[in-house]
Write a protein that binds this ligand. Structure first.
Ligand SMILES: Cc1cc2nc3c(=O)[nH]c(=O)nc-3n(C[C@H](O)[C@H](O)[C@H](O)COP(=O)(O)OP(=O)(O)OC[C@H]3O[C@@H](n4cnc5c(N)ncnc54)[C@H](O)[C@@H]3O)c2cc1C
Length: 497
């Protein structure tokens, strides 16, 4: 029997494979496509996932060649401009990177860490019992594993086979999106400006036309109008016809690289777990506005990875696997709130809508609303659980340590970290589930109930707490100077058999 079968080698399945690999589990990823997808869906990553890539030492690889990587200067919130000028301490960072590159880098890393990616393997059936899950493949093969994770996208068959509903709404507008080659064109916007259009969204009484460019040599054009996504592939004639319907004239768009048609959906799985089957990424949630899906989906993977590994290694406290849904479903609910709000703002094509957007643009220019929206878009407005110390349940802030390292560097191995920042009241001599943690062990690794915690002593200016206990996914499990042994038991000590 395999330990974990992941269905789907999209960004979320591959991220999960990396996280499991880091925790010493060798998952098998079953992917129905025979070749990696070259569909240029997402153009970038934004939010907390960027800090997590930094924790894993991957940010440099991901940023290489990116046209933009850094603090977000602003965000088109439902086509209302939101600017972060002068707000240097907001957490929201953006990284422009094409989805096929994200998938390529994650696949490389997953393989480095021992995962196996099997392409051409389409899952068609699922059955489970108390010991494991059996998957049937289209070619007649059968595979069995202790856990299965459906990372098989918005139309997830795993979700259906596990009997999990996916309630929500589908927009009654269709968006036709196209990437067009502008190689050899000096100023790709020139002909469009001559046609009287602005970069960004252009509204007409019949819909909207999007024109933008996020990478050299590629113009992105979109046409949104009332209607349903078309069956079958979108041809260049379909695209030009949609432009004519909405704009009333032709556009000089150049050679198409990729064309698609979709309707935005807002959906959330009723459960993220059915027995030994879990859902993550688009299989669990679909957001009706751009920019949040990969952040939420890849963070799901980081949340689930170490917990599954702990269960497989026999070091999971009771209820640990249940915290995946308890933590990640509310995070998706918050992302649904802000993306639904963006979709609603975007959709109002009449004069009332224009007035609402104008007024909101004025409100967004104030510092507090801008900060609030930056935190929402970042995915850090919520908190896992509640505890007296304000850091607990939040992603750990990066700290410059006096020994020259950053806190993020302590998280490379994907293990829990107990960081003594100098207050250490209860750390020296504190019992970690029977194994004494004394001064001599600081800087080493503490064995806790058959597991491990990296124990690091470091100093920092203005430390946010005397000490921090950080989960492998970067969230603070405990902070302060007392109560640490209880937090260790709650998160990292297996329940007695
Ligand atoms: C036009 C467009 C633009 C977007 N832009 C952004 C953006 O800028 N930022 C952002 O964050 N998100 C964006 N998104 C959303 C983003 O692309 C998705 O959220 C992301 O792909 C979800 O990843 P996933 O791994 O959950 O699912 P997918 O990427 O859908 O991967 C699922 C995988 O499962 C495989 N699979 C499915 N069924 C089976 C089966 N039965 N057996 C085996 N394998 C199976 C599929 O072949 C696929 O490879 C955009 C989406 C679109 C369409």
């Amino acid at each position: 029997m395999d330990d974990v079968l992941i269905v789907g080698a999209g960004p979320v399945g591959l991220m999960l494979a990396c996280e499991l690999g880091l925790s010493g589990v060798r998952p098998i990823v079953l992917e129905k496509r025979t070749e990696p997808s070259e569909q240029p869906r997402a153009n970038g990553l934004g939010g907390q996932i960027i800090e997590l890539l930094d924790h894993r030492g991957l940010l440099e690889r991901f940023s290489e060649g990116s046209p933009f990587a850094g603090r977000a200067p602003g965000f088109p919130f439902g086509s209302v401009p939101l600017r972060f000028d002068g707000l240097d301490d907001i957490p929201l960072r953006l990284l422009l990177i094409q989805q096929p590159r994200v998938e390529r880098l994650l696949a490389e890393r997953a393989i480095e860490l021992g995962a196996e990616i099997r392409r051409g393997c389409e899952v068609v059936s699922l059955a489970q019992d108390t010991e494991g899950v059996t998957l049937g493949l289209a070619d007649g093969q059968v595979r069995r594993a202790r856990y299965v994770v459906g990372c098989d996208g918005g139309r997830s068959l795993l979700r259906e086979l596990a009997g999990i509903d996916f309630p929500g709404t589908t927009d009654d507008h269709v968006l036709r999106l196209g990437h067009f080659s502008t190689d050899g064109v000096a100023d790709p916007f020139k002909p469009l400006e001559l046609a009287g259009l602005e970069p960004g969204w252009n509204r007409t009484p019949r819909g909207r036309v999007l024109l933008t460019s996020l990478q050299h040599g590629v113009l992105i054009a979109g046409v949104r109008e009332k209607g349903e996504p078309q069956d079958g592939p979108v041809t260049i004639e379909d695209f030009h016809a949609a432009v004519r319907r909405v704009l009333g004239r032709e556009l000089p768009l150049g050679e198409p690289i990729w064309l698609s048609s979709t309707a935005a959906q807002a959906r959330l799985a009723e459960r993220y777990q059915a027995g030994r089957v879990f859902l993550a990424g688009d299989a669990a949630h679909l957001f009706p506005a751009g920019g949040s899906a990969l952040n939420v989906g890849m963070t799901d993977a980081a949340n689930l990875g170490w917990k599954l590994a702990a269960a497989l290694h026999g070091r999971a406290p009771e209820g640990l696997l249940g915290t995946y849904e308890a933590e990640r479903r509310p995070a998706a609910e918050r992302a649904l709130v802000q993306t639904r709000a963006q979709a609603a703002l975007d959709r109002l094509d009449d004069e009332d809508g224009a007035a609402l957007r104008e007024l909101l643009a004025e409100v967004f220019a104030y510092e507090q609303p801008a900060r609030h929206l930056a935190t929402l878009l970042h995915g850090s407005d919520g908190r896992y659980g509640s505890a007296p110390h304000p850091l607990v349940g939040h992603f750990v802030p990066d700290l410059a340590l006096k020994d020259g390292r950053r806190l993020a560097e302590l998280m490379r191995a994907g293990r829990p970290v107990l960081l003594d920042l100098g207050g250490g009241a209860e750390l020296d001599g504190a019992a970690l589930d029977g194994s004494e943690l004394d001064g001599s062990e600081l800087g080493g690794r503490a064995e806790v109930g058959g597991g491990w915690i990296d124990v690091v002593s470091a100093r920092a200016d203005d430390p946010p707490a005397d000490a921090l206990l950080i989960r492998p996914d970067g969230y603070v499990a405990w902070a302060g100077s007392s109560g640490m042994p209880e937090a260790v038991s709650a998160w990292f000590t297996p329940s007695p058999a």
